[in-house]
Design a protein around this ligand. Structure first.
Ligand code: SF4
Ligand code: FES
Length: 399
């Protein structure tokens, strides 16, 4: 069914999505404490083959999607990445590679550029090797990342540095900004960790203090003034310290689709944390059909599903009640207002959580697995103490 036909038969008045996040693989050499991948990773043998991804990209372009974000895990773990980029670019999609950078050689950057890649986003765990390893359990990764970022600029591709920040690294934010400038990045994303997946698991270790949050806001504000015309800085403030939520994903089923390594079609990367949703698969449903008619996309689309206080709130078509996954994680009901909202009956719970935030040095941490278990079973990392714990420093990532 075409977009026009979908509207003509009254399927929905919703517009097509603007972006597709293609999680090509859950394999990754890093084990970040805040990884946004689900606790249960898709194993390599379940990953979609090349031809299926190429078909998905054609479907995405026909659906009206403009931007394709190639993510993971670590997308460069896919040996067919150049073919995938060429197919997406040929379909007319703007292609953005989201990578940790540690396994991205200069040769591969140039091959990807030749295949039509438009933009690269390199994640930064910290500005020191020790700090990076404390977050990712990957030794000597920073030098590799810097080399990859330099290769991106040399190949003439647009570069964004993604710096997820949290309690362990936030005090080094000024150094991160300087590093992004020295790399010649076009944009720096300073994104406070969102508490889904592994980050939710490690929330006690990652949650910044209020003083850190206030200082980071001042640092970003001053840097934006100082670096106008040199470096654009995006700043994602930490939810838990806010009084109104963000319109997560621009609103459920309004702007984005996610396809998992095994082919599930999701409204957001964390949607599988909400029980009871019936996810379509690219193996038996088109992107178009899933978007316009799939029950998962309609579950929290618009405002009809809302409860009090969202139902009658003047903000309801601005923030769409915040994040559904966070509402479920904190209240066990995905249809509740995001507790970040001060109008939520559960908001006081967040303040209690923050008040109980312990000294991060003494909090056990759980690192994700570098890959799903070879036995094909879902993997859960043991909670472990590490010698890298301490008030050292910084950064989150989102590969
Ligand atoms: Fe947003 Fe709901 Fe809070 Fe209103 S009550 S501001 S719609 S989360
Ligand atoms: Fe799922 Fe916010 S992450 S709706």
């Amino acid at each position: 069914m075409t977009n026009d036909a979908a509207r003509a038969d009254g399927a929905l008045t919703i517009e097509p999505p603007v972006g597709l996040l293609a999680e090509l693989t859950h394999r990754c050499p890093l084990q970040c404490l805040y990884c946004s991948n689900p606790l249960e990773l898709d194993r390599a043998s379940a990953e979609l083959p090349t031809e299926m991804w190429l078909d998905i990209f054609r479907q995405a372009a026909e659906l009206g999607i403009l931007q394709l974000h190639l993510s993971g895990g670590e997308p460069t773990a896919r040996k067919d990445l150049e073919r995938l980029v060429a197919g997406a670019s040929g379909a007319g999609l703007y292609t953005n590679l989201i990578t940790a950078g540690v396994s991205l050689s200069s040769e591969r950057v140039h091959a990807l550029a030749a295949a039509g890649l438009d933009h690269v986003q390199v994640s930064l765990q910290d500005t020191t090797e020790d700090g990076s390893a404390a977050v990712s359990k990957y030794r000597d990764g920073l030098g590799r990342k810097l080399a990859a970022a330099a290769a991106v600029r040399e190949a003439g591709l647009a570069l964004t540095v993604n710096a997820p920040v949290h309690r362990l690294n936030l005090d080094r934010l000024p150094d991160m900004i300087d590093l992004a400038v020295s790399l010649g990045a076009d944009r720096l994303e300073v994104a406070h960790v969102q508490y889904h997946g592994w980050a939710l698991h490690n929330r006690a270790a990652l949650m910044p203090t209020r003083e850190q949050v206030e200082r980071s806001t001042e640092v970003v504000s001053a840097a934006r003034n100082r670096l106008r015309g040199v470096l654009a800085i995006d700043f994602v403030v930490p939810d838990y310290y806010a009084v109104r939520p963000k319109p997560c994903m621009g609103g459920w089923g309004r702007r984005f689709m996610v396809v998992t390594p095994a082919g599930k079609i999701l409204p957001c990367h964390a949607a599988q944390s909400i029980p009871g949703l019936d996810f379509d698969s690219v193996r038996d449903r088109s992107l178009h059909d899933a978007w316009f008619r799939g029950s998962t996309f309609q579950a929290f689309r618009g405002t009809a599903w809302m409860k009090t206080p969202c139902r009658s709130c003047p903000q309801r078509e601005i923030d769409f009640g915040g994040c559904r996954c966070q509402a479920f994680a904190l209240t066990q009901d995905a249809a509740n207002a995001d507790p970040v909202c001060a109008l939520s009956a559960h908001h006081a719970h967040l303040a209690e959580l923050l008040a109980r935030t312990p000294d991060a040095r003494n909090v056990p941490k759980a690192y994700r697995s570098p890959r799903p278990s070879s036995a094909g079973e879902t993997f859960r990392s043991p909670v472990m103490k590490t010698s890298n714990e301490g008030p050292r420093a910084e950064v989150t990532d989102e590969t």
